[in-house]
Design a binder for this molecule. Structure first.
Ligand code: BJW
Ligand code: ZN
Length: 242
């Protein structure tokens, strides 16, 4: 028996089927059914690890080896994961829409692996390494990395190419995602607690512009009372939405 009321699902279907321009924001919950841990809530990474020890520039400056050991472990989890029906459903939606923008907070690369094209990586990605000295970037998918912490050819430390707390998002990323949310026929917010800014603000951007927002999440968020909320797992509900 599905928890989502049929009329909520029907309303969401009507909005999505009429939309020719869609914006989507995803968070770690969309990859939960692929076996990738979320951050908050039961089993979330921040239940076991402190973000200030592992996901800030200060933590990296203090102990780059410790930070890299954690990222190397996570790279291993993600390397073993495959896109799930929710990632695949978004690829189908992209093919159907005239305009489709997928802004993800995820660093796991599963949207790209599934075949999503117009992607905005708000928080970077796990497979890009960046030199803290010369700024050079390189892709490295080896798991585990042979030496921790890895070093650049210039001798500088390489860091994970992700966005830590207190850091700016990649140039232009939030601006492009905001423009997509404000100009879409609907915004889908999938598998995010909407606790982290500025990504969480995309829902407000859409609501302020009069764009209908559909949320898919088994747990309520700050948006749930203000949008069309489908309570359930993305891997089940997104394919039904199509
Ligand atoms: C399912 C499911 C299933 C489960 N199906 N769903 C304004 C106000 C307040 C604070 C700030 C602000 N502006 C900036 C800040 C500070 C900070 C911030 O937001 N802090 C808050 C926590 C208070 N933001 C920043 O520092 C950002 N930078 C910035 O704004 O720069 C300018 C600036 C700096 C300083 C001051 C002011 C301005 C950068 C944020 C970087 C976030 N980095 C991380 C780590 C990335 C690298 C890594 O992966 O290691 O990004 S933290 C972590 O949270 C990760 C995620 O992308 C992000 C969001 O989490 P997400 O994806 O929503 O996951 P969860 O676990 O929270 O939620 C999962 C959801 O899925 C749950 O709701 C489940 O129910 C659901 N779910 N199974 C569907 N099957
Ligand atoms: Zn370098």
């Amino acid at each position: 028996m599905c928890a989502v009321a049929n009329d909520a699902m029907e309303r969401a279907r009507a909005i999505v089927s009429r939309a020719s321009a869609l914006a989507v924001l995803t968070g770690s919950g969309i990859s939960a059914e692929s076996g990738v841990p979320t951050f908050r809530g039961a089993g979330g990474l921040w239940r076991t690890f402190r973000p200030e020890d592992l996901a800030t520039t200060q933590a990296f400056e203090r102990d780059p080896k410790l930070v890299w050991e954690w990222y190397d472990w996570r790279r291993g989890l993600v390397a073993a994961a495959q896109p799930n029906p929710a990632h695949h459903a978004l690829v189908t939606l992209e093919r159907r829409c005239r305009e489709f923008t997928l802004a993800t907070q995820n660093v796991d690369g599963l949207h790209a692996l599934a075949g999503s094209r117009n992607l905005i990586l708000l928080h970077g990605d796990l497979w890009t390494l960046r030199c803290v000295t010369c700024g050079a970037k390189r892709e490295d998918r080896r798991v585990p990395l042979p030496v921790l912490p890895p070093r650049c050819v210039c001798g500088g430390l390489l860091r994970p190419g992700v966005v830590w707390f207190g850091e700016s998002l990649p140039e232009g990323a939030i601006e492009r995602a905001s423009a997509a949310a404000a100009n879409a026929d609907a915004l889908l917010m999938i598998g995010t607690s909407a606790a982290v800014w500025p990504a969480a603000g995309l829902g407000e951007v859409a609501l302020d512009a009069g764009v209908p927002v559909i949320e898919i999440n088994p747990e309520p968020t700050v948006y749930s009372d203000h949008v069309l909320s489908l309570a359930g797992r993305a891997g089940e509900l997104l394919p039904r939405l199509l």
